[in-house]
Design a protein around this ligand. Structure first.
Ligand code: IMP
Length: 188
């Protein structure tokens, strides 16, 4: 079995234990707050959300359903993370196939770690001449951040923890948990 609860309510995902970090109710409040700010900033506009797959599929779908403003939604997919380590070897798997020129783009990301994934996307977007680009992320690992772009809508700053749930995975598993769990190094 890939995921299971042991008798101390820890989650086991593959070979690692994780413990509760953030409950779904709190996640919901954070996403509502981001949506409220986007509604104010984009009143009268129709932004195009670019969710970064796979991780951001849940955050993006929650966020857009809380918005009052009209929007369009698309996804791009990069591969950058293997197991518990971030990697700077990025390959774009699904390209930008929407009309970007002159559009107000909001990049939606589950978690910003080194920032390398979004830095690549920002670079790729330039050639399509969007009217504006802003970034919404659910979690931000500020201590790991190595880029210099601004995060316009940041849900939550977290320490340099490895987390799963709410779209975030450990080797492909754990994305479907509604709550977020942190790696429990005190396992066995
Ligand atoms: P960055 O390019 O280093 O900012 O990494 C961003 C990507 O790494 C995210 O979209 C996630 O897929 C993945 N990632 C970063 N931190 C974590 C984590 O704690 N758990 C699961 N995935 C993570």
């Amino acid at each position: 079995m890939v995921m299971s609860l042991d008798n101390t309510s820890r989650i086991k995902v593959r070979d690692k234990f994780f413990r509760l970090y953030l409950r779904k109710e709190k996640i919901d409040e954070i996403v509502c707050a981001i949506a409220g700010r986007i509604d104010v900033d984009y009143a009268g506009k129709t932004p195009l959300f670019l969710g970064i797959l796979n991780g951001a599929f849940i955050f993006t779908s929650d966020l857009v359903r809380k918005l009052q403003v009209q929007c369009e939604i698309s996804f791009v997919k990069y591969a950058s993370y293997h197991g518990l380590e971030s990697s700077e070897k990025i390959s774009r798997l699904i390209g930008l196939n929407e009309k970007i020129k002159g559009r107000d783009i909001i990049i939606a990301e589950d978690i910003v770690d080194t920032g390398f994934t979004i830095a690549n996307l920002l670079n790729d977007l330039k050639q399509y001449e969007p009217a504006s680009v802003s970034i919404a992320c659910f979690c931000f690992k500020k201590e790991s951040f190595r880029e210099d772009f601004k995060i316009n809508y940041c849900g939550l700053e977290i320490p340099n923890l490895f987390v799963v749930g709410y779209g975030l995975d450990y080797d492909g598993a754990g994305r479907n948990f509604p709550d977020i769990y942190q790696l429990d190094e005190s396992d066995v």
